[in-house]
Design a protein around this ligand. Structure first.
Ligand code: E4P
Length: 285
């Protein structure tokens, strides 16, 4: 297949290297991958291992994650996001310690930190240490602004991951958040790139392409659906139909404040952290 002409980079959202291989075959390329604790626990080898030998201990689970990342890195040299374990009590120092370990796993590692006070503190410190970052569980424009100022001076582009599907689940138009972040970042220096995440359907993907999200992470299922449709691209008439989802209005937010002066609280971020931790703990004895 001729390489798709896209201005967005397409990542796979998943924790199974077999899928990475298949996506590379289907698309003819793969620009990178995102993982998270939930996706890693959904890797079919986890179930097999638990059936045969019982749950992992902490170290084994960590080594399993490392092994999966190593396998993915053999398939793509693009950025591969690896998420630190962070619950509501995890301090910035602990996240930084984990980030420093994980970044050594592969040459193309991007470390995922949650957009919380401690996560942003860790991001500030990690930026000074030149650790490539993906700030995750983004549900508001203000959080994206805080990511921007917390990571100023980063040596590599920083990613921020707005979670579209989870906002949609709440009856809000998640795609608006991507539009708003892209608009707000036009005032900036381009050191943070919007990585559209929590993509749940083909229209999310097509609209993210159409509005120029520089990065989009897509689950295997949707890539297969896209393949069945011969990788259609949005034409000039394509418009995203949010049906009855509520508009998320654009806010005029300055990118000049200190990161700690933004209101970064969002209950979906807290719920997301809890869910990642619960899924990860469920595979550990
Ligand atoms: C990727 O970085 C995100 O963790 C992922 O897209 C979340 O997707 P979900 O909301 O479907 O769990």
């Amino acid at each position: 297949m001729e390489k798709l002409k896209l201005s967005s980079k397409i990542f796979l959202d998943g924790g199974n290297p077999e899928e990475t291989k298949e996506v590379k075959n289907l698309l003819g390329f793969i620009d990178g991958q995102t993982t998270n604790p939930t996706l890693i626990t959904q890797n079919p080898e986890v179930r097999e291992r638990i059936e045969k030998r019982g749950k992992f201990n902490k170290k084994e689970a960590y080594l399993f994650y490392k092994d999966v990342i190593g396998k993915i890195a053999k398939i793509t040299s693009g950025p591969i996001s690896i998420e630190v374990y962070a619950d509501k009590n995890t301090k910035a120092g602990e996240m930084l310690r984990e980030a420093k370990e994980m970044v050594k796993w592969i040459p193309n590692a991007y470390i995922k930190l949650p957009i919380t006070k401690e996560g942003l503190k860790a991001a500030r410190l990690a930026t000074r240490e030149a650790i490539p970052l993906n700030l995750t569980l983004c549900f508001s424009q203000e959080q994206a602004a805080a990511v921007y100022t917390a990571t100023k001076g980063a040596k590599k582009p920083v990613f921020v991951s707005p979670f579209i599907g989870r906002l949609d689940d709440r009856g809000k138009n998640g795609m608006n958040l991507v539009e708003n972040i892209l608009k707000m970042y036009q005032k900036g220096d381009d050191h943070v790139l919007c990585l559209t995440a929590s993509v749940r359907n083909l229209n999310h993907l097509l609209w993210a392409i159409k509005i120029g999200s520089p990065l989009i992470t897509v689950p295997f299922k949707i890539i297969k659906e896209w393949a069945k449709k011969n990788f259609i691209l949005p034409d000039k008439n394509f418009v995203y139909n949010p049906s009855n989802l509520k508009l998320v209005p654009y806010q005029e937010i300055s990118l000049d404040k200190d990161w700690s002066d933004y209101n970064i609280n969002h209950d979906l971020t807290d719920i997301g952290i809890k869910r990642f931790c619960a899924d990860w703990k469920a595979i550990i004895k």
